[in-house]
Ligand binder design. Structure first.
Ligand code: SAM
Length: 248
């Protein structure tokens, strides 16, 4: 049964743990996790207590060696991150790669991921999307990164830290133009969940309208560039169409 199970955990609402994940966490020999305190707390909420092994971004390689040793002894190990799906803008990929490279079995236990949850409730097209994860935190690098994304036709899915959300939305407006649709998905599955769709021109005012909106976790989704047009032309075109539709 030696297997590394990559287990998704809730992104807010505890009830989003899957029955399979609950069962597996119950029978695992140990749980490798990003933050032992956080995971101890999570397991406690499910009435579980397990040996925890720290496996965060600063020790992924050493952690992988230790896990491989235990897997070779026939153990079942669960790998979790603080929230959502491991290895999605979270540690985990290096461990999975090392375990697979050692010829050992890795199985995913799918569940919550903020990106997919946000996309599913955004109303933006989900048949083609680009997961960007976090943008660079420095303004210059962020704009350069965005310029490289402006002509993509699929929906863009970004993660952003609460203290940078206002700056990020400003930068999106500058680079993609004011007319593109954006969906701001905040505090998903939590008490103060909000999913707001507007244009990039309108987004800064929505964020500024409530101080709570400068807090909390965000997924930002931006509609893709219209097919066959490059960024600038596409935006001018869209803006003209919107203005024309408003004309009497
Ligand atoms: N591995 C996680 C996943 O599968 O979604 C992502 C981890 S990443 C370190 C954390 C980021 O995910 C946050 O900064 C935020 O952008 C997004 N996120 C996590 N939980 C969220 C939630 N409940 N609502 C909105 N965004 C969330």
């Amino acid at each position: 049964a030696a297997t590394l199970y990559v287990v998704a955990t809730p992104i807010g609402n505890t009830a989003d743990i899957s029955l399979r994940a609950w069962h597996l966490l119950g029978i695992a020999d140990a749980v490798a996790c990003e933050d032992t305190r956080n995971t101890a707390h999570l397991l406690n909420r499910f009435g579980l207590s397990k040996e925890l092994i720290a496996a965060h971004e600063h020790n992924e390689r050493e952690a992988a060696d230790r896990l491989i040793e235990r897997l070779r002894q026939g153990q079942r190990i669960a790998l979790v991150s603080d929230a959502g799906t491991p290895a999605v803008s979270d540690p985990g990929a290096r461990i999975v790669d090392a375990v697979r490279g050692a010829g050992l079995r890795v199985m995913p236990l799918p569940g919550a991921s903020a990106a997919i949850a946000a996309l599913s409730a955004s109303g933006l097209l989900g048949d083609r999307f680009h997961f960007i994860g976090f943008l660079p935190s420095k303004a210059r690098q962020r704009e350069t990164a965005l310029e490289g994304l402006a002509a993509l036709a699929g929906t863009l899915v970004l993660y952003e830290a609460p203290h940078r959300i206002a700056d990020a939305v400003d930068a999106l407006g500058r680079v993609f133009g004011p007319a593109r649709q954006v969906v701001l998905a905040r505090e998903l599955t939590k008490l103060f969940e909000e999913i707001h769709r507007c244009t990039l021109a309108e987004a800064p005012a929505w964020i500024a309208a409530d101080p709570n909106r400068q807090k909390g976790e965000y997924v930002v989704l931006v509609e893709g560039a219209p097919a066959g047009e490059d960024g600038d032309d596409a935006d001018t075109d869209r803006l003209l169409r919107i203005l024309l539709a408003e004309c009497p």
